[in-house]
Design a protein around this ligand. Structure first.
Ligand code: ARG
Length: 263
């Protein structure tokens, strides 16, 4: 079931990008009913400059001028891959000022089998200059509080991919709560995954946001990546928070992979 959910990302292709769905009530139980990401609002140009849209229908974050950090379930395998287009530098995917780059290599987390280890790098064929990158957290110190999520994924469960970047804030949910019988009943890999969302639902990432970052400000007020959009039961349902790859747990592996990829 979980595997099926995560595989949904691949279903959303470029063809569905650029469709703006008219606002409509998102979820009956949500605290705020503005249907963007799910329950979010439009991001401003330059607000989250590291946000990347990937052509297979996922999100990502610019980690370095040539590397995009995304989810393992968004890619097929480690190796040469020139089939992915990354679009960045804009909130409007149709903007004539968008930056695009082709991939030249994919690195999928070693040992990824559809359960945990949900991170990957996409290496771009040439460096992106003048776009801020998003550093990853290297300690668990930032693994709580309120997080920001953003993406061009569906703005409601079963909805269309978005033309404009949407953002929302979601609160941390502890492993104990997230794995309780009323939520995921033990399905969450506590060490490797971090949950975020409202018990009442209404605000969440959704299909097509996968691979995108969950981030917050650190003690120095700098944006730092703490999660990677991974999975959830539906979108924005009550008692079903979003589940994110816990970047702090993988930070050493991510950093050494980045250096092995040359950036
Ligand atoms: N796996 C989804 C994707 O492929 C992301 C799901 C996130 N779901 C959630 N309820 N937070 O895009």
């Amino acid at each position: 079931m979980r595997r099926w959910r995560t595989l949904l990302a691949a279903v959303f292709t470029v063809a569905s990008m650029g469709v703006l769905v008219a606002p409509s009530p998102a979820v009956a139980d949500g605290p705020v009913v503005t249907p963007y990401v799910v329950g979010g609002t439009r991001a401003a140009l330059g607000e989250f400059p590291w946000m990347v849209r990937l052509s297979m229908g996922c999100g990502g974050a610019l980690y370095s001028p040539t590397l995009v950090l995304t989810a393992a379930h968004c890619v097929s395998r480690t190796g040469t891959n020139t089939s992915i287009t990354a679009t960045l530098g804009v909130v409007d995917l149709q903007s004539s000022s968008r930056i695009t780059r082709r991939s030249n290599y994919v690195y999928r987390a070693p040992g990824y089998n559809g359960n945990g280890d949900d991170w990957a790098f996409i290496r771009l064929s040439s460096a992106v200059t003048g776009v801020a990158t998003l550093p990853i957290t290297t300690s668990t110190a930032n693994d709580s509080g309120t997080f920001t999520v953003a993406g061009w994924g569906a703005n409601r469960e079963g909805g269309a991919q978005q033309r404009y970047l949407l953002k929302a804030n979601v609160p941390f949910v502890s492993d104990a709560t997230c794995n309780s019988s009323s939520m995921y009943g033990g399905e969450v890999i506590a060490a490797e995954e971090i949950c975020a969302g409202y018990t009442a639902g209404g605000v969440d990432t959704c299909q097509g946001d996968s691979g995108g970052p969950m981030f917050r400000r650190d003690a120095s007020n700098a944006w730092i990546q703490v999660g990677i959009v991974s999975w959830g039961d539906g979108c924005a349902r009550p008692n079903k928070p979003g589940v994110y790859t816990q970047v702090s747990y993988f930070s050493s592996a991510i950093r050494s992979a980045a250096s092995s990829l040359g950036g």
